[in-house]
Each structure stands twice: as structure tokens, then as C-alpha cells.
Write a protein that binds this ligand. Sequence first.
Ligand code: HEM
Length: 216
Amino acid sequence: MGTLSKIILSSIGKKSIMAVSGIMLGLFLLVHALGNCTTFFGREAFNSYASHLHSLGCLILFFEVGLVVIFLTHIVLGCMTWWQNKRARPHSYEVYRSSGGRTMGSKTMPYTGIIILFFLFVHLQNFHFTDHSREISAIVKGVLIQPFYAIFYSIAMLALALHISHGFWSMLQSLGINHPKYNSIMQRGTLSLCVVMVAVFVLIPALTLLWPGFLL
Ligand code: HEM
């Protein structure tokens, strides 16, 4: 094995790459949540935001390819870390019980990760690989007005909330960004950011389903 692959596959290498890819995915989510906020200002604002994005042409394609690479890296390294931890701690129940400090978010990382991945396939099928001859607001409304999709999106967002509530905090730890004096502020800060982002993502299906005037 070459030196580079040894570094990447070492425990610290994997943790650092997981953290950096997590930060990039977190930034994508933040920008996506901010962009989606235009739905709250009506159909025209949302369509105009989407058409500005599409007018970036090649840049968008470059960004999409990057996003796929980052997602795949995060998933593959996440699975490897989970598998190695499982092999190292076969009686995980006793370890969890005695460690005491594990949160719901950290215990459920692999499961919430799988739900998010499944959500992504459905989401891209709904909004990306679809007929774009209609306005994007009509596409979003057409999907989320169906109770099945509105509920599915909301449940997936709860999984996202759990995943990133632990992920953001653990990213900072992996990158060595911690200080006893500021840890509790940083923990509350990352949690608040998750809550706000997820609230935006949950509000959209909820409003589409419950308020007939939304996105009209
Ligand atoms: C209610 C919540 C959400 C709504 C309404 C929404 C809406 C959209 C829309 C309209 C697009 C653009 C499709 C296009 O023009 O090609 C899109 C793309 C995308 N969304 Fe979402 N989204 C939501 C939540 C999420 C979440 C939580 C994630 C990640 C976990 C996500 C990941 C993506 C990705 C990866 C793309 C493709 C980006 C691209 O092709 O450039 N979305 N979303």
C-alpha cells in the first residue's frame, strides 16, 4: 500500500476526511436551505432564484460532480469507520451503557445516514431527474402536495436533524477545534444551526400540504 493510501486509511486520516467532507456537505445544506427560503416569498421569487442558478451552466455541472464525489467519499468512509468500530467493539451494548455520554444522534448515525441516502434518491428523482418544462415551483408543489411525500420528506428531515446534530459537533472535534471554555457555546451553536436549517426544510412540505395558497 502506498504512503498516501496508508495516511488516508489510517484512523486519523479517515476521521479528518470525514470531517472535511461533512463540512462541505453542511455548507451545501446551508446554501440549499437559504435558497429554499425564497419559497416563503412566493412563486416568482423561488422561480427566479432557480433560473438564476440554472443560468450558471457549466459551473453548476462542475459543482454537481464535486457534490457527488464528496457524498460518495463521506458515505464510503462512514461505512468503513462504522464497520471497524463494530469489529473492535463486538459487545457494543455494554460499551454504550458504560460510556454514558453517547447522544441519540451519535448512536443512530449509520441508520439516519441510510434514511438520508434513500431520501436523496427519491428527492433527486422528484426534482432533478424530472420534466423541467414546467416551472420549478409547480414541480415542487406537485410533489409535496401529496400527503405521502409531505410526510416522507418531514420524517427524512427528522433523520437529517439527528444526523447533523451529532455530525456538526463531531466534525469540530475531529479537526481539533475544541476548548473547555467554549465547548458548550459551540455545542449549542451547532445545535441551533441544525434546528434552523431543518425547520426550513420541514416548513416547505408542511406549508405545501396545509396552505393551498403556498407557492401560487
Ligand atoms: C423540503 C426540503 C427540500 C426542498 C423543497 C428541496 C428542493 C430542491 C430543488 C427544487 C432542487 C433543484 C432541482 C433542479 O433544479 O435540478 C433540489 C436539488 C437538490 N437537493 Fe434539495 N430540497 C430539499 C431538501 C434537501 C435536503 C435535505 C437535501 C440533502 C440532504 C437536498 C439535496 C439536494 C441535492 C443534492 C440536489 C441536487 C443539486 C444539483 O443538482 O445542483 N435537498 N432540491
